[in-house]
Design a protein around this ligand. Sequence first.
Ligand code: ZN
Length: 152
Amino acid sequence: MLELPHTIVGAAIAAKIGNPALSLPLALASHFALDLLPHWNPHLNTELNKFGRLSNKTLTFIATDVFLSLAGGLLIASTVLPDQTKFMYVITGAFMGVLPDVLEAPHFLTSLRIWPIEKLLKFQKSIQNDAPPFLGILTQVLLLAAVFAWVF
Ligand SMILES: [Zn+2]
């Protein structure tokens, strides 16, 4: 799944559930739950195995996704202001929502192969529910709409 829905769901969980001892682990768990939904994202493994590196087009796509994720996370966090403590929890929730993918960044961006990260990668690959682009984007747009309706 793209990082934007992962971020938004993690942030929304932290914004809606007051207790961070509950919301932050839930935000992390949401990452794996969301990857079970049919979705489309660039196939980084396939590209890496085929060309040895990610294309500039894919890197630009990822950078855009990350930028939108930061903006979306901040937008949801802004709904709990002026409570600055809760604001920090929502930002942390957003981060927990993407943490498994963030941990994989060295695999895709460097030649480092770190055993626990390779394990995580294998696990995440095993739970992905890949869908063709149209359906796979539609599910993520509907998910975003549902979460925004919940938060705002
Ligand atoms: Zn993932």
